[in-house]
Design a protein around this ligand. Structure first.
Ligand code: GUN
Length: 279
C-alpha cells in the first residue's frame, strides 16, 4: 500500500499558524484582493474558498468582478488602484482569463511586493536565481507536502509533466533548488511514458484525466497529481489512481492532495507581503 499524501491536515496546521502570526502582528489585518473575470463555475468556487479561508484567518479580502468582455485597460486600471491601496497586501487575478486579456501584461502590472501568485517576472527571476521572493502557491504546497512526509528530492530524478507558469515551471525550479535532477516533459515530449518511468518523484499537471497509467510509473515512485479536471463523474486527476497506486511508495489523492495546500500557501504569501509592507 502506498503512503497517501493528504494535504488537508497539513493545510489546516499552516492556516492556524498563519492566523496566529497575523493576530500577533498588531495593527491592521493582512488584506487580499482577488480579481475575478467572467462566471466560470470552477473559478467562482476557488474564489469563494479563498475568501472563506481569509475570513477564518482574520484577513480582510475583497473581490473585484468583471464581465468576460472587460477590456484589458479596465483590468490594468483596477490593478493600479489595488497597488496603491495601503489596506491591500496581496493581489491575485484568478486564472484562466479570457483569451483577449494578455496574461503577461496582467502579471507585470501587479506590484512585485503584492504579487501573492509569484507570477511577476521579478518573482519568477528570483525563484530561478534561488533568491528570496514570492513563490507560486501550488508549487510551494507540493514542496511542503513532500517535506512533511519525509520525502527528500536531493540527488533523485524528478519528472514534471506540464510547463505552465503556474505549476510546471515553478515546481521544476523548486525541485532543482532542492537538488533533484529535473526533467520537464510536455505535450510535445516523445515517449512520455518512458520519460516518466525515470522519475523517483513524478509531478503531473497536464489536466488530462487518466493520462498517467501504470506504464508511466517506476516501482517505488512518489506520484504527485496536480491535474484537477471537472468531469461528469466529479473531479479527476491526471493519474489513473487504481492502476498506479499499487506501484507507488507514496501518492496524492485527487481531491484532497495538493489542492488544500494552495489556499494555505496563498494565506502564507499574503502574510509575508503584509510583513513586507510593515517593513
Ligand atoms: N487558477 C487556478 N489556480 C490558480 C492560482 O494558483 N492562481 C491564480 N491566480 N489563478 C488560479
Amino acid at each position: 500500500m502506498a503512503l497517501l499524501l493528504e494535504g488537508r491536515g497539513l493545510a489546516a496546521s499552516i492556516r492556524a499558524r498563519v492566523a496566529s502570526e497575523a493576530a500577533a502582528l498588531g495593527g491592521r489585518p493582512p488584506g487580499l484582493a482577488v480579481i475575478l473575470v467572467g462566471d466560470d463555475p470552477a473559478s467562482e468556487s476557488y474564489v469563494a474558498g479563498k475568501r472563506k479561508a481569509c475570513e477564518k484567518a482574520g484577513f480582510v479580502s475583497s473581490v473585484s468582478r468583471f464581465f468576460d468582455s472587460v477590456g484589458p485597460e479596465v483590468l490594468l486600471a483596477e490593478i493600479a488602484r489595488l497597488n496603491a491601496d495601503p489596506s491591500i497586501d496581496g493581489i491575485l487575478c484568478q486564472l484562466p482569463l479570457p483569451g483577449h486579456i494578455p496574461l503577461d501584461a496582467v502579471a507585470r502590472a501587479v506590484l512585485p511586493s503584492k504579487d501573492v501568485d509569484g507570477f511577476h517576472p521579478q518573482n519568477v527571476g528570483s525563484l530561478w536565481r534561488g533568491e528570496r521572493g514570492i513563490v507560486p502557491c501550488t508549487p510551494a504546497g507540493i514542496m511542503r507536502l513532500l517535506d512533511a512526509n519525509g520525502i527528500d528530492p536531493s540527488g533523485r530524478r524528478a519528472v514534471v509533466v506540464g510547463r505552465s507558469g503556474i505549476v510546471g515551471k515553478p515546481v521544476a525550479a523548486l525541485l532543482l533548488a532542492a537538488n533533484a535532477t529535473v526533467t520537464i516533459a510536455h505535450s510535445k515530449t516523445r515517449d512520455l511514458a518512458s520519460v516518466c518511468r525515470e522519475a523517483y518523484i513524478l509531478v503531473t499537471a497536464a489536466g488530462i484525466p487518466g493520462l498517467i497509467g501504470a506504464d508511466f510509473v517506476a516501482p517505488g515512485a512518489v506520484v504527485i497529481d496536480v491535474g484537477i479536471t471537472r468531469t461528469a463523474g466529479g473531479l479527476a486527476g491526471d493519474v489513473d489512481f487504481e492502476s498506479v497506486e499499487p506501484l507507488c511508495s507514496a501518492i496524492t489523492p485527487v481531491p484532497g492532495g495538493v489542492g488544500p495546500l494552495t489556499i494555505a500557501l496563498l494565506l502564507e504569501n499574503t502574510l509575508a507581503c503584509r510583513k513586507l509592507a510593515a517593513g
